[in-house]
Design a protein around this ligand. Structure first.
Ligand SMILES: [Zn+2]
Length: 483
């Protein structure tokens, strides 16, 4: 599990529950560390005894809940580790500030996981009654979540959080400042996330967005028919956790915001819209993982294929391709034979024999084609474009926007948008009318039109149940009764 950074020096480890304190304490003692523990579940005399031992350097490391530290002025604490994410920036700042009081270096390490957020939410929910205060607390919780995910200077984040606005200088001392990895242009990834948020109409949380981008087949995704969205599966070759981390980074850097509520909803900021319109780019330091990391899903799909080929030929699977070759494939996702040739362990003979089969398997995981990367809200600004207006509408419609969304984005009436589609249909462009026609109404409308013809709409409308609107009738006419 853990090994401590400066085992011979004084440090505090904060954990959020008594249970966690106890188990960490035991682990450390078993590993031979001189550790103490402190939480509200201990008797008064036990607590003061532990505190003494720490003050007099009889133990080096104190594992504690946030109950520990008040009124303690031990100046030679060299490090503070937060084993869990604290509940807000104020708590973090106070606890982290217990290191290095003597002016000598002090190190602060904050470990966090998504479970920490759940736990803190749960605690807020249990402990705060007043709905306004609850919301306030959830907002503060989000600030520390952002702190955990920001790729920018941590010190600056803290300073700005506490109200200082005129500092723009980086500290050159925090982990983000010291991180010398290169800035990477992640505009396209960001656009994918933002379009997905947009298509979910800014009504869902991080998990749903990540699921849709991953192309998850979970019940909720299918129930809402999000598998029909063009952003569905754009990140099919990534881990859900990585997608979530990306969303959280974009939140921490103010491209996205989360509503302050028990189930926070992800929304787009002005900056995100600018990125969608290609008016801004997104650059971030990306923590380098060990080379291109192979995705487990792809890898296991390739293994399955290898197994079935091996079974057919009655040979052991490794004779087809080695694991390392499959890993290389899943990391690089080749889409052509010549790209496949670049993969380590793929020689001409095997390329000939198996190349196509593996390419076919990889197809499901291929990165989306450039056309589907085009951000949806990019369209309306192309006013100077030569593309006729009704075809812009069509493009947006095919991109998955509803009539209302197109009308709103293009600042046109829904009726105009509908007419655009009819015109596009008449010109022979494919229009998916079914999206505008409820299946159960289609037959009814067709029957009435057979009787009355299509020259006048009003009689058709009047012959049908009231809930069937003109827009649906027009869509049926366009689908069935135009050449
Ligand atoms: Zn810094």
């Amino acid at each position: 599990m853990i090994s401590l950074p400066h085992a011979d020096q004084a440090g505090i480890i904060y954990a959020s529950t008594r249970k966690e304190v106890d188990s960490l304490y035991e682990t450390l003692v078993n590993k031979g560390y001189q550790a103490g523990r402190y939480h509200a579940g201990l008797r008064d005399d036990e607590r003061s005894n532990e505190q003494e031992r720490f003050l007099y350097d009889n133990i080096q490391v104190m594992v504690a809940t946030n109950a520990f530290g008040m009124g303690i002025d031990k100046s030679n604490v060299r490090y503070v580790i937060h084993y869990n994410m604290p509940r807000n920036m104020e708590a973090y700042y106070q606890e982290a500030g217990r290191s290095g009081r003597d002016g000598e270096p002090g190190e602060c390490i904050l470990l966090f996981s998504s479970q920490d957020i759940m736990l803190q939410k749960f605690l807020i929910d249990k402990s705060v009654e007043n709905p306004e205060r609850k919301q306030h607390e959830l907002g503060k919780l989000q600030s520390i979540v952002d702190y955990c995910h920001t790729p920018n200077c941590l010190r600056q984040y803290i300073i700005q959080y506490f109200g200082e606005t005129n500092t723009t200088e980086n500290c050159a001392n925090c982990i983000n400042c010291k991180d010398d990895s290169e800035l990477v242009d992640i505009t396209i990834d960001a656009q994918k996330v933002f379009s997905c948020v947009y298509r979910l109409r800014e009504r869902f949380g991080v998990t749903m967005i990540a699921d849709v981008l991953k192309g998850s087949k979970n019940k909720k995704v299918l129930q809402f028919e999000f598998d029909q969205l063009p952003t569905y599966g754009l990140f099919s070759n990534r881990r859900v956790d990585d997608i979530k981390a990306l969303i959280q980074r974009l939140t921490a850097t103010q491209y996205l915001t989360l509503t302050e509520s028990e189930y926070p909803v992800v929304q787009l900021t002005e900056t995100a819209f600018a990125v969608l319109k290609n008016e801004a780019t997104v650059w971030q330091k990306i923590v380098k993982t060990h080379k291109a990391e192979a995705d487990d899903d792809v890898f296991s799909a390739l293994r399955k294929l290898r197994k079935s080929l091996a079974d057919q030929e009655s040979i052991p699977p490794y004779l087809i391709f080695a694991d390392s070759t499959l890993r290389d494939m899943s990391a690089h996702l080749p889409t052509t034979i010549s790209q496949m040739r670049q993969i380590k362990g793929v020689g001409e003979v095997k390329l000939d024999k198996y190349g196509e089969k593996f390419l076919a398997a990889l197809k499901d995981y291929a990165p989306a084609s450039p056309s589907s990367l085009t951000p949806p809200v990019d369209v309306p600004i192309k006013k100077s474009d030569k593309t006729p207006t009704h075809l812009i509408t069509l493009q947006m419609f095919n991109d998955g926007f509803s009539l209302d969304e197109i009308a709103k984005t293009r600042d046109l009436k829904p009726l105009t948008i509908q007419n655009h589609l009819v015109k596009a249909g008449e010109e022979g462009h494919a229009v998916d009318w079914n999206r505008l026609i409820p299946a159960e109404q289609e037959e009814q409308i067709i029957a009435v039109i057979h009787e009355l013809g299509t020259s006048l709409l009003r009689p058709i409308k009047e012959a049908l149940p009231e809930e069937i609107g003109y827009d649906t009738i027009k869509a049926v006419i366009a689908k069935h009764f135009t050449k």
